[in-house]
Write a protein that binds this ligand. Structure first.
Ligand code: NOJ
Length: 961
């Protein structure tokens, strides 16, 4: 029988826990730096930086000790194989198998492994059961396609001795020049180098070696202090495999901006990290962590990681995807070079050198040669998947707080939204709904009738999201935990016994979603018969999945914990959160046989690929103006990194926002792809109907604007789901040749609509300065005030009641103008088309519509139209493809029409016109609809309104103006 602890020690533990939880829940001032490693406190980070320093300071005499053995090179079917030799000393050489795959998409993949570990010819310490190989399964979680090898890639015969050249990519315009000694690779497009690996000689594969215990008093030549174990914050990592990091420098010659590698609370254009004015001192870190009260403008790690980076310059975008699930850091340094030393910087070119290093795993890098941001999004998405097309409700407004306290409370909030005529689609329940933090249960006192609550929500097509975390309460009266234990589905300790740690429920176990049996079990838990009290309008929030462990090192799991397949937690840490969401996704797909609705899951932790199964939010922000401001670059960065379904807690999680801040946050939040208000348990209630006049009205107007534009949003989500384009786009995506705009990250474009907004993120501001890149006219969304002038900022009024948003000439924007309580109730509403004519009197736009719920769209059950205006005629043309569900869907939509057309910048020749001629496909004769022309004072565009042209949204038609 286990001995119970003496009472005093139990009390100490309890007290420690209470203090810890208090720290985690009570708002303080700022992040506790001492809880998270700095580079100098992380052995492999320190070693790789020191290695880089040595290579840099000794540049003239430095030679990278890695050489590709020419006699081993084979090239076949788009793939080059060989062995890189690392020379440790004259009699010690390490064999590192190399594979470079040239993919059909034009992406090249470089993998370096370590022969000894691959063959298992190493010894582990401490009787560890861990796998001897370097982790090579990150791709199983992150990659879903795009791996077909190029059939046209060619080994070039021109190469001189010491080089191997491969031509590949579209029209064979790409070339990889592999230098054998020292080993480095240049990736060229049209004869110019855009990406170079190991140019600086920072390649570092820490090979396996046995620990040699030196006689007392003797010291090893190398500093081995962090090789065999590491202690941080009182936790010791036993490191049974010794040091095994991989590092490499990746240069982007001629590129002055790099973007991506979320998640950090920082600018969109990444900063330099080796010190200097305005730069960071620390590398950008990616080690998914629950960082309490995270700080801004910082390279510190946050909850998720996507090691995908884009480098951008005028006319070109390239990038790399560093496929590694272990802790990773990235240093960034920019250098100026000039062909003329007397030019004083004029005409000089900036280049960016990045240095990546991960604690474990293979070196596995994908190199993208663009050449456009669009191409980057597409090819990266081919590999890791595109955003799942969400249900319609998921892109509408979500109302959350920690916590709605009873089912009656939820019903009351629901009624209040209706009473005050504020639209919303989803209400959320945080951890307090559970019976004592046992997930898959309801508190019987506070939520006695969950189904009754869900039914009330369903009456207005609303949904409920409930939280389910990966930590399972460790008590005898928790059947879920009993099963987890008996079926051995939990994460284990280094000695292979079940791991126990602390989270919301107190003592907990963690489901190991790397284990197929655990996934199967998890999927089962969500079945309606198991998770009693849930109806089909219930969806899931996966939180704390970094995983967050209150008493663990850096608030997470020990690195020597063990997962399914005998991988150490160190190997898989960054992919851990994705495995949970992945399992939950499967669960929602399979809740009931025959029920085919698209899942909705919100995740806090993520890795490359999470976009296929979830939305994300930026975690525990604060109710400050600075946090409001940083949400924009954070959301934009996620879009650049292929995970655009992103948002931040509207209102700020910690503390109470002022009414002005809350209002401005809603006006900003309506531009997040994921729009949810959320608040900490200690904050005051702040549902929009509680804030009083004029704020409540202003917030409702902002939300109405989001609902009005849902057709445009859904079309943008569709685009993301087929080609990876960000849903909200930064300046450099839309104007890739305008250098002045590359670093702009406080204004954004909605999909391809030409809608440009710059939210107000400053207290007391009454206007914003919007930068316009091109000479096209832009029009205020509400009153058509004209803004024009390329390469400069324009002052746009933004008093509190105004959302500053412009429409670029040349676009057609689909809307639905009838105010409803939820998006579900808009299903059969008619459309409005806003045609914003450009200087040639033309405009173009598209609309994607489907049932917003099922997977029928995959079998043609959708409408996809292109609208074009030119030569005074508006046409609607089908740009979809048909399938077995097309005809049926079109039939259900037959009664959904266009009820209004607004033409902005209408030509003055229309002033006496009163009608347009409408010709719908299949109609016997043309009809007419009324047109009214509105002149406006100078500075504002004239416009015309066509009322009720009565054309079906799903049909082809033509309207002559
Ligand atoms: C942490 C999450 O970030 C926060 O949004 C949530 O309210 C709390 N966990 C409680 O579940």
């Amino acid at each position: 029988m286990a001995r119970s602890r003496p009472a005093s020690s139990r009390w100490t533990l309890l007290l420690a826990f209470v203090v810890l939880v208090a720290c985690l829940v009570a708002p303080g001032v700022s992040v506790k730096h001492e809880n998270f490693k700095k580079c100098s406190q992380s052995g492999f980070c320190k070693r790789n930086r020191a290695f880089a320093d040595e290579a840099t300071t000794q540049a003239s005499s430095w030679s990278s000790p890695y050489e590709l053995d020419a006699s081993t090179i084979r090239f076949e079917n788009g793939q080059l194989e060989g062995v890189v030799i690392k020379t440790v000393s004259s009699n010690e050489k390490v064999r590192l198998p190399l594979t470079i795959s040239f993919l059909e998409s034009g992406v090249a993949r470089v993998v370096v492994d370590e022969e000894k570990r691959t063959k298992g010819e190493i010894e582990l310490r401490h009787d560890s059961q861990a796998r001897k190989q370097r982790y090579n399964e990150a791709g199983q979680w992150a990659l879903v396609g795009g791996l077909d090898l190029s059939q046209s890639a060619l080994l070039s015969s021109e190469a001189e001795p010491g080089f191997t050249k491969i031509t590949y990519g579209p029209d064979n315009k790409f070339q990889a020049i592999i230098h054998h000694a020292p080993f480095n690779v240049e990736f060229q497009r049209d004869g110019e180098t855009h990406v170079q690996l190991n140019k600086k000689g920072y390649l570092n594969v820490e090979h396996w070696r046995p620990k040699v215990d030196l006689p007392e008093g003797e010291e090893s030549v190398e500093d081995q202090s962090t090789w065999w174990e590491e202690t941080f914050g009182g936790n010791t990592d036993s490191k049974p495999k010794g040091p095994e990091s991989v590092g490499l420098d990746i240069s982007f010659p001629g590129y002055s901006h790099v973007f991506g590698i979320p998640e950090h609370a920082d600018s969109l254009s990444l900063k330099e990290t080796r010190g200097g004015s305005g730069n960071h001192e620390e590398p950008y870190r990616m080690y998914n962590s629950d960082v309490f009260e995270y700080e801004l403008n910082s390279p510190m790690t946050l909850y998720g990681a996507i090691p995908f980076m884009q480098a951008h310059r005028k006319d070109s975008t390239v990038g790399v995807f560093w496929l590694n699930a272990a802790e990773t850091w990235v240093d960034i340094v920019k250098t100026k070079s000039s062909s003329n030393p007397l030019s004083l910087g004029v005409g000089s070119k900036t280049s960016t050198q990045t240095h990546w290093f991960s604690e474990a795993g293979q070196l596995d890098i994908f190199v993208f040669l663009g050449p456009t941001p669009r191409e980057m999004s597409k090819t990266y998405g081919e590999l890791t998947g595109y955003t799942q097309l969400p249900q319609q409700f998921a892109i509408a407004y979500h109302q959350c707080r920690w916590n709605y306290v009873t089912d009656e409370d939820v019903k009351e909030v629901d009624r209040k939204f209706d009473k005050y005529q504020i639209p919303y689609d989803v209400i959320w329940l945080d951890i307090e709904y559970t019976d004592g933090k046992k997930y898959f249960s309801w508190d019987p006192l506070t939520f006695p009738d969950p189904k009754g609550m869900e039914e009330q929500l369903d009456e207005s097509e609303r949904k409920l999201v409930v939280i389910i975390d990966p930590h399972i309460k460790n008590t005898n009266d928790n059947p879920v935990d009993q099963e987890l234990q008996s079926k051995e589905l939990g994460v284990k300790k280094k000695d292979n016994t079940l791991y126990e740690g602390w989270c919301w429920p107190g003592s907990s176990h963690w489901v190991d979603c790397f284990n197929p049996a655990a996934i199967k079990w998890w999927v089962n838990l969500f079945k309606y018969d198991n998770f009693k009290g849930t109806l089909p309008n219930v969806f899931i929030w996966n939180d704390m999945n970094e995983p967050s462990v209150f008493n663990g090192p850096e608030t997470t799991m020990p690195k020597d914990n063990m997962h399914y397949g005998n991988w150490e937690h160190r190997d898989v840490h960054n992919v851990n959160g994705l495995t949970l969401v992945n399992a939950t996704f499967n669960a929602l797909v399979e809740r009931k046989k025959g029920e085919l609705q698209r899942p909705f899951i919100l995740t806090r932790s993520f890795f490359a690929g999470a976009q296929r199964v979830s939305a994300m939010w930026t975690g525990d922000n604060q109710a400050t103006w600075e946090h409001l401001a940083i949400s924009l670059p954070m959301v934009l960065t996620n879009g650049v990194a292929g995970f655009p379904f992103a948002g931040a807690d509207v209102g700020g999680f910690f503390n109470n926002p002022s009414k002005e801040l809350l209002t401005r946050w809603y006006q900003t939040g309506i531009w997040y792809p994921f729009l949810r208000a959320h608040a900490h348990i200690d904050t005051r209630r702040r549902e929009p109907y509680l804030v009083g006049d004029p704020y409540m009205g202003i917030i409702s107007q902002a939300l109405r604007l989001r609902y009005q534009l849902l057709p445009a949003w859904y079309t943008a989500f569709h685009e993301a789901s087929v080609n990876g384009m960000p849903i909200v786009r930064p300046q450099y995506y839309v104007h890739p040749n305008d250098e002045n705009g590359f670093a702009i990250d406080d204004q954004l474009y909605l999909g391809s609509t030409g809608l440009l907004t710059k939210p107000v993120v400053q207290e007391g501001a009454t206007s914003v300065e919007i930068y316009l890149a091109d000479d096209e006219k832009y029009y205020d969304y509400f009153d058509y005030t004209i803004y024009q002038g390329a390469g400069k900022k324009h002052t746009v009024p933004a008093p509190l009641e105004k959302v500053p948003v412009l429409m670029q000439g040349g676009h057609i924007i689909p809307r639905r103008d009838r105010p409803r309580r939820s998006s579900g109730l808009m299903k059969w509403d008619p459309y409005t088309l806003v045609i914003v004519l450009d200087k040639n009197g033309e405009a173009d736009g598209s609309l994607y519509v489907d049932d917003g719920e099922t997977f029928d769209f995959e079998r043609g059950g959708y409408i996809f139209r292109r609208f074009r205006f030119g030569e005074n005629t508006l046409t609607s043309e089908d740009i979809g493809t048909t399938g077995p569900k097309t005809a049926g869907y079109l039939k259900t939509m037959a009664g959904v029409h266009v009820e209004k057309i607004v033409v902005v910048n209408a030509p003055s020749t229309w002033h006496d016109r009163t009608s347009v001629t409408v010709m719908e496909d299949g109609a016997k004769s043309a009809t007419t609809a009324s047109l009214q022309y509105f002149a406006q004072p100078a500075g504002k565009a004239a416009y015309a309104i066509v009322k009720n042209p009565d054309v079906a949204i799903g049909k082809a038609w033509k309207i002559d103006f």
